[in-house]
Design a protein around this ligand. Structure first.
Ligand code: NAD
Length: 489
């Protein structure tokens, strides 16, 4: 299979926070890979802008190290890297002061390229950057701004961020990143649902017993402890990534694959969510593991806050109050230090209404699993006859389509989510970016849940490192006569 690469128009991409961790680990390597793939025309320019004093040459060596360290370098040869680095320059600039803005204005003066400003800085600087871009006359109607998560920590802060951006930019210019939407399998969810006639007729409460969405990480909070402790799994993962996966799984078919048509349908799902009930939500915190050399600290120790009640795990049962999904629960869970790093969406279909094979054949269910990581792919569990003589015994087998096997070696080289999303920004395609009203609606649903447990003052349940989460999370689904799927790679 040969994938088509359509080059984008020449562009100027200004990365505010161009010396930060995200630029180093994701943005610069993603740009390099797209360059190697032939998607960036030679006239593209990438301008790093941050507070540090740095020359162009120093920024290029910063980018060289980042690209070498974060895996992208293997994709391409040294000659490509040298050529790519010539597209880069650097401006020392203060988002909150005047330093550097005149230099940036001079660099952009007269450029007819597509212009995109990437706000790879904390959200506290979004308003300052937007105001200064306008004050210095750096934005035209086609200019785009890209903003990173977290987009607020509650409805009020998300609204104020939206308002700060809206003072200077139209919604059609604002690209709010949720990198989960850039994942190949997540987009495949739409292809599977709306490109096949097979699934959509069954995609409702009449045929679907329940849906499970799991985003499990094996690692702990690591160096992000200080940030994470102010956020927690609900704000960091559930409100955005899992909510987006829920929306794409549950939404009605949009009339066309177009940014607003897709986002309108996602928004309807969030607005149809029933309010979360306290008994339907379980929070957890991981415990320390092991002793001596191979030991791992517990959450409290890792974040350096022995009093912390922030959750590193959350599981909940969500209900969507509409015709399609009334009566079908969505079980969502995400957490750190779990058994494995594994993310999937599992559509668990109902049992056949009547078994002609008798009680001995047992109960069998079709499960469609969309694996986000690892081994991106789709698996459909079907029931067949167990081979051999001896009567009609049934067995479940997977129809497994691991993309790399089904589509050939090129599919193994799946572009990182950031590669796709940055190129979508340049192309002006907002389909895979969150709209302001979507983000606000998600906070509107999340806020009362967080407020309820904050006012109750309850501590999260402890869970063992390497487990599937707290026992209460198992009970959450067991009491409905169901069980979580095993977290495995
Ligand atoms: P960082 O702290 O590593 O980098 C921040 C950057 O902002 C630096 O380049 C710094 O010089 C610049 N900066 C700070 N104050 C400035 C000012 N007044 N004027 C100009 N530049 C200034 O942060 P990061 O990890 O790169 O994160 C950037 C954004 O991306 C944050 O909103 C973060 O939440 C988000 N994000 C990061 C990651 C990640 O993996 N690092 C993942 C998802 C989202």
């Amino acid at each position: 299979m040969v994938s088509r690469v359509i080059p984008v128009q020449p562009f100027d991409l200004i990365i505010f926070g161009g010396t930060g961790d995200l630029a180093r680990r994701k943005i610069l390597p993603a740009l390099f890979r797209r360059y190697c793939a032939g998607q960036m025309e030679g006239e593209a320019r990438v301008i790093g802008a941050a507070r540090a004093e740095m020359s162009d040459a120093e920024y290029r060596s910063f980018a060289r190290e980042a690209i070498t360290e974060f895996g992208a370098y293997a994709a391409c040869d040294a000659e490509h890297l040298d050529a790519f680095l010539t597209l880069l320059s650097y401006i020392t600039l203060d988002a909150r002061g005047d330093a550097g803005w005149a230099t940036l204005a001079a660099a952009l003066e007269g450029s007819a390229r597509i212009r995109a400003f990437y706000f790879s800085v904390g959200p506290g600087l979004f308003g300052d950057l937007a105001a200064r871009i306008e004050a210095h006359g750096l934005a035209a109607p086609g200019t785009r701004v890209v903003v990173e998560k977290p987009f607020g920590r509650d409805l009020a802060s998300a609204r104020s961020l939206n308002a700060a951006l809206a003072r200077h930019f139209d919604e059609t210019q604002i690209y709010r990143i949720d990198h989960y939407l850039g994942k190949e399998t997540v987009q495949n969810l739409m292809a599977i649902r709306f490109g096949n006639t097979l699934f959509e007729p069954l995609w409702n409460s009449q045929y679907v017993d329940h849906i499970q969405i799991t985003v499990a990480e094996a690692g702990g909070v690591g160096s992000r402890g200080e940030y994470y402790d102010k956020s927690g799994a609900m704000r960091d993962m559930m409100q955005n990534h899992l909510m987006q996966l829920l929306c794409l799984t549950a939404m009605e078919p949009p009339a066309k694959y177009d940014p607003d048509a897709v986002r309108d349908e996602k928004l309807k799902v969030i607005r149809a969510l029933d309010p979360g009930q306290p008994g339907d939500i379980v929070r957890g915190q991981y415990e320390a593991a092991g002793k001596g050399a191979g030991s791992q600290p517990g959450y409290l120790e890792e974040v350096g806050n022995p009093e912390s009640t922030t959750e590193s795990f959350v599981a909940l049962k969500a209900r969507i109050g509409n015709w399609r999904w009334a009566g079908t629960p969505f079980y969502l869970r995400t957490g750190k230090r779990l058994r494995a790093r594994a993310s999937e969406i599992a559509i668990v279909f109902k049992d056949a209404p009547h078994s002609i094979f008798g009680a001995d054949a047992g109960q069998h269910r079709n499960i469609l699993t969309i694996r986000l990581q690892p081994n991106e792919g789709i698996e459909l569990g079907v029931t067949i006859k167990e081979p051999g003589p001896g009567g009609m015994r049934l067995v479940d087998v997977p129809l497994d389509m691991t993309f790399s096997e089904a589509l050939g070696p090129e599919a193994e080289d799946v572009p990182d989510a950031y590669e796709r999303l940055i190129m979508d920004v340049i192309r002006g395609d907002q389909t895979l970016f969150m709209r302001g009203d979507e983000v606000e609606a998600a906070w509107e649903w999340t806020d009362p849940i967080i407020e309820a447990w904050e006012s109750a003052g309850t501590a999260p349940c402890a869970y063992a490192t390497g487990s599937s989460g707290p026992d209460d999370a198992l009970a959450l689904i067991h009491r409905d006569g169901r069980r979580w799927r095993e977290i495995r790679t």
